[in-house]
Design a protein. Structure first.
Length: 254
């Protein structure tokens, strides 16, 4: 029985790795001050699913393998171990966070989501209002009041749209609503600690781009990608629970 379980786990991990490699071919890299430093993709989705289905260790392994294969197939420029660490952390967080909230009461999960979201928004506002201008080599960009307001408005609008969508679709189901909060916390923490905080360090090391520029660019990216990732992960979780094709760690089964 144990051997059969391991075979199923390895097969699932292989399938999710394959999906991650395929999705890596559809990444969009946007230049920030002529540096290819901002990536838009959903490669994190199969890594998150591997953590949810198989646990943190499989999640980390799938993340590492996806990053290495994607670099060999689609890599542009020099390899940096930081991005491999990022993928490993995505798998780790997705395997740990839902389990942490599994036996927490509904109110605790809801408050945690509110605190997490507000902390991210307030930190962004604080960073924006602490800067007057950004310098990159000989080029200087002024952060006018209009630019700051536009960035903050984008974050708020995307957050409200996400909350509205999820309430309309899941408001009548307590367990599904708890799933929604748990997934939201997980995606926000992954985006904040891995993408927003760590990735600018690796970009700075590779290209010399100032950390604060990468930080602000990924704040804007987060406003676009966090709602998108939450909706995709929730949709997949709902399919898995309804069809009962596998188990999810940290989620109550229907």
């Amino acid at each position: 029985m144990k051997g059969k379980t391991q075979v199923i786990q390895l097969t699932t991990a292989t399938m999710l790795t394959t999906v991650g490699v395929i999705l890596g071919n559809f990444s969009i890299i946007l230049p920030v001050f002529s540096i290819p430093a901002l990536r838009l993709d959903i490669v994190a989705i199969p890594i998150i699913l591997s953590g949810l289905i198989l646990g943190k260790w499989y999640g980390m392994g799938v993340g590492i393998i996806i990053d290495l294969i994607n670099f060999l197939l689609y890599g542009q420029g020099a390899y940096h171990v930081g991005f491999t660490i990022n993928n490993a952390l995505i798998g780790l967080f997705s395997g740990m966070i839902p389990l942490f909230f599994l036996h927490k009461n509904f109110l605790f999960v809801k408050k945690t989501l509110l605190i997490t979201s507000m902390t991210l928004v307030l930190l962004t506002i604080g960073v924006l209002y602490s800067l007057d201008r950004l310098s990159l080599g000989g080029e200087t960009v002024s952060l006018t009041l209009e630019v700051r307001i536009a960035i903050i408005a984008l974050i708020i609008v995307m957050s409200l749209l996400t909350i509205g969508f999820m309430y309309l679709t899941l408001r009548d189901y307590k367990y599904e609503l708890k799933d929604m909060y748990t997934v939201s916390i997980m995606v926000i923490l992954i985006e904040f600690f891995v993408i927003i905080l760590l990735t600018p360090l690796w970009i700075q090391d590779l290209f010399g781009q100032p950390y604060i520029i990468g930080f602000l660019a990924r704040i804007i990216r987060g406003a676009l990608m966090i709602p998108f990732k939450i909706i995709i992960v929730l949709a997949i979780i709902n399919v898995i629970k309804k069809q009962q094709v596998t188990t999810l760690r940290g989620f109550i089964e229907n």
